[in-house]
Design a protein around this ligand. Structure first.
Ligand SMILES: [Mn+2]
Length: 314
């Protein structure tokens, strides 16, 4: 970018990185902000999520002391906002699929890591379809308070209430954080339709790591609906459910998975900034940071960081 002036411009990308750390050609990670919330049934507002995440990211440190790692070194390109398709969610899914396919191309013999910034959870479908065609052994780790397993809802099979059900048509899906289901979804899980680790609000505990890993394939796409978190730290979602995950539980889970599996893409969805305090946008931005770190950090290093964290606690 040439501005023709030496004024102190703030770049409007994730972490406000200078061109040499955010050019598409030299970036290992591509973030796609998608301000889409047209199938939302309860409260709209997730369309404001991507910009709130980017603005909050300007205040993050480039360096992460927990991991002893600086993600800006891998190159993070942020695309412009992807325009919503007003012809309905199926056409929006298609638009996202094509966009992700075009951007996931080869990068130094490796595929780029794609991170989608929602928007409502529907944005995951196109991203997963695209990446599953590049990564033949991919599964989805799906963190959400809701099952999202309805076959269709409000006359569409492509809405936010059916996201996990659609993903299952593409690749295996492993759910963590789920504590709200309709009868149809409960029956679907009972019949073995989805690998769902139900979340117990009375005793909020992560599933056993080995059991979780046994359900995940070597390549993992992480899909996060922020309502998996407890509303006390994440009020800025359209459908908050009490009794959810803590910040440490979520990042600890992701760190442990990253130490054993290759994370090939991710999304952070459903941030509706007007529904909560500004700390929610900051949390979402920091979560995106952690996901970039976990998907680009050498696995052995993620393991080392885990050991160090364990040693500190012990
Ligand atoms: Mn949800």
């Amino acid at each position: 970018m040439s501005t023709g002036s030496a004024a102190p411009w703030i770049p409007t990308n994730f972490l406000a990185l200078p061109p040499e750390q955010s050019d598409l050609a030299s970036s290992r990670v591509v973030l796609i902000p998608i301000p889409y919330d047209s199938s939302t049934s309860y409260r709209a507002g997730a369309r404001e999520g991507p910009m709130a995440i980017l603005r909050a990211s300007y205040n993050l440190e480039d360096y992460d002391h927990e991991l002893d790692y600086d993600v800006s070194q891998v190159g993070i390109h942020t695309t412009p906002l992807l325009e919503p398709h007003m012809g309905g969610p199926r056409l929006m899914v298609e638009r996202i699929r094509e966009t992700v396919l075009a951007l996931a191309g080869d990068h130094r013999d490796e595929h780029r890591i794609i991170g989608v910034l929602g928007g409502e959870h529907t944005v995951s479908i196109g991203a997963v379809q695209a990446l599953a065609s590049r990564h033949r052994d991919m599964s989805v780790l799906y963190l959400d308070a809701h099952g999202d397993l309805r076959n269709e809802y409000m006359s569409t099979p492509w809405g936010h209430a059916s996201v996990a059900r659609r993903l299952l048509e593409t690749c295996p899906v492993v759910q963590v954080g789920v504590r709200s289901l309709c009868e149809e979804e409960a029956g679907f899980i009972r019949r073995g339709g989805a690998a769902t680790f139900l979340w117990d609000p009375e005793e909020p505990r992560l599933p056993d790591l080995d059991e979780l890993l046994s359900r995940l394939t070597p390549e993992v796409y992480v899909s996060i609906d922020l309502d998996a978190l407890d509303p006390s730290i994440m009020a800025a979602v359209g459908t908050p459910e009490p009794g959810g995950m803590s910040w440490g539980q979520m990042t600890g889970l992701l760190r442990r998975v990253a130490a054993h599996r290759r994370i090939v893409g991710f999304d952070v969805t459903e941030l509706s900034p007007e529904d909560g305090p500004p700390s929610c946008s900051y949390l979402a931005a920091k979560l995106v940071y952690k996901l970039i770190a976990f998907s680009t950090l050498e696995r052995s290093k993620a393991g080392l960081a885990a050991a160090a964290a364990g040693a500190r606690r012990g």
